[in-house]
Design a protein around this ligand. Structure first.
Ligand code: C2O
Ligand code: CU
Ligand code: CU
Length: 507
């Protein structure tokens, strides 16, 4: 078992929050409490055309490798005209271009670091060798270029990229380093779905920010979840609207916020049609009241517009949706409401085909597993310990499937993200997963007092020297050490960083 159990006291009173755990995280009353309840519903002037991140240009080498260039650099952004903020971006001042690659394609990204501090670029959701993953072991020093390459070997999906320097991820993402990475494949291309980038297929990168009265970026108040801004930017813009001229519109929602979770829906209460989760299409579209996304999660949704109408995407979080007690919810953004994005339909719309009933074939969730591992999220620890760069926490044998049982015995919000593979959720508290958790996932919101049974298959990329990460994707928590490392090895191989024999009880 992982070490002696420590007290699980969680005291919440009048904005004072103490979380007693292994590391005795104590936060002074003055530094925590969040911004208080926030609502921007009805208060957003949608007066800025939604910026669409440019498609990243690429070249193709003689051997067929598609090569992209990304440069992390500092710049300035005017969230309000005339008020400049210091921001970071890839190939620009804020966020980055959208990379697109086909399944089966060999890709390389030449990542240059023009910042004056080290960073990394991690390909969130991508199945690739650990050395190419862009985690904390692949730091890119200022002035250096890092050139990972791999073959895209997974279904069409909305992935993303962001820095992962240990202890600095929240800062680097909050300053603007993030972008989308879209994967296409033949199966998805054969479906009559909207896929004209920036026209009927819109990237929607949602982040919360705190701005001064003049409109300059400032440090957002700290809740237990992390820093919570009191307004949103979408693709870097305040108050965005998008003109559409097709009946059917696809939105690729990415929660690129460092701490905040959202529950997206439409202003008129019509259901929101979810077609894909983190790792690709669902078997069939599902009509939900709201689509909840914790930091790092993605969702593709469809909306059918009427000529001339205006429709607002909103986020309405509730303590129930977050699974939090009301007082905890109140200081962690889980009672907040936002107007997010307005869609403006042209007076005449191009007709769009019906959405097919069947979108994808998902294999049944595997039941034959080689190992079961337990991941308890509590305080800033997983299984009672914090990230150590020189310790491999879990060693996985290549060619096997595993069951990872993830739970959150605390009353606080957490999430769980695993690198390398897309997983399936076999059960939530012993019951079959709801439709939004029934497809391919790489990140899940982990509700308090709830147990998630994940099935992960590790079919390649054995490397005893380089680990992948698993962690809470609330980036402040990750930075505080709520992260662990796993290595994928050949049968009988030992991960070289292992300092101790693994003391978990594996079956
Ligand atoms: Cu999106 Cu390890 O992160
Ligand atoms: Cu990741
Ligand atoms: Cu957490």
């Amino acid at each position: 078992m992982p070490g002696p159990r420590r007290p699980r006291a969680v005291l919440v009173s009048a904005g004072l929050l103490l979380v007693a755990s292994g590391t005795a995280v104590a936060l002074a009353a003055c530094s925590i409490g969040g911004p208080g309840r926030v609502t921007t519903v009805g208060e957003v002037d949608f007066d800025t055309p939604l910026p669409v991140p440019p498609l990243a240009r690429s070249t193709v080498e003689p051997d067929g490798t598609r090569v992209f260039d990304l440069e992390a650099r500092a710049g300035t952004t005017e969230f309000t005209p005339g008020a400049t903020s210091e921001t970071w971006g890839f190939n620009g001042a804020y966020l980055g271009p959208t990379l697109v690659a086909e399944r089966g394609e060999r890709v390389r990204v030449d990542v240059a670091n023009a910042l004056d501090e080290a960073t990394t670029v991690h390909w969130h959701g991508m199945h690739l060798p650990a050395e190419m993953d862009g985690g904390p072991h692949q730091m890119v020093q200022p002035g250096d270029i890092w050139s990972p390459e791999w073959t895209v070997d997974q279904q069409a999906a909305t992935l993303w990229y962001h820095p992962h320097p240990h202890g600095e991820t929240e800062q680097h993402v909050a300053r603007g380093l993030a972008g989308m990475f879209l994967l296409r494949d033949e199966a998805e291309a054969a479906l009559p779905l909207p896929r004209e980038y920036g026209v009927d297929d819109l990237p929607v990168i949602i982040q919360d920010v705190a701005l001064t009265d003049e409109g300059r970026l400032e440090t957002a108040p700290q809740g237990f979840a992390g820093r919570l801004g009191d307004e949103l930017v979408v693709n870097g813009a305040r108050g965005p609207y998008a003109d559409v001229r097709d009946e059917l519109v696809r939105l690729r929602l990415l929660n690129a916020s460092t701490a905040r979770s959202y529950a997206f829906g439409w202003d008129d209460g019509r259901p929101i049609d979810l077609i894909a989760t983190d790792g690709g299409l669902l078997e069939a579209s599902v009509a939900l009241e709201r689509v909840m996304l914790s930091p790092g999660e993605r969702a593709e949704v469809l909306v059918r517009m009427e000529p001339g109408e205006r429709r607002t995407l909103q986020s309405v979080m509730t303590p129930e949706a977050a699974g939090l007690q009301p007082v905890v919810a109140g200081i962690n953004g889980a009672t907040d409401e936002f107007d997010v994005l307005e869609l403006r339909a042209a007076d005449s719309l191009d007709a769009s085909p019906e959405v097919p009933e069947r979108l994808a074939e998902l294999p049944p969730v595997e039941t034959d597993v080689a190992a079961t591992r337990i991941f308890e999220l509590e305080g800033f620890e997983i299984n009672g310990r914090q990230m150590a760069s020189d310790r491999i926490d879990e060693t996985v044998t290549v060619g096997t499937a595993e069951r990872w049982v993830v739970s959150n015995p605390s009353g606080m919000p957490h999430s769980f993200h695993a690198h390398d593979v897309q997983f399936r959720v076999a059960s939530v508290d012993g019951a079959p997963p709801p439709p939004e958790l029934a497809g391919w996932k790489d990140t899940i919101h982990v509700r308090p007092e709830t147990e998630y049974e994940l099935i992960l298959r590790f079919d390649d990329f054995a490397d005893p020297d380089t680990p992948y990460m698993y962690h809470c994707h609330l980036l402040w928590h990750e930075d505080q050490g709520m992260m662990g490392q796993f290595a994928v090895v050949e049968p009988g191989q030992r991960a070289t960083m292992t300092e101790e024999t693994n003391d978990h009880d594996h079956h």
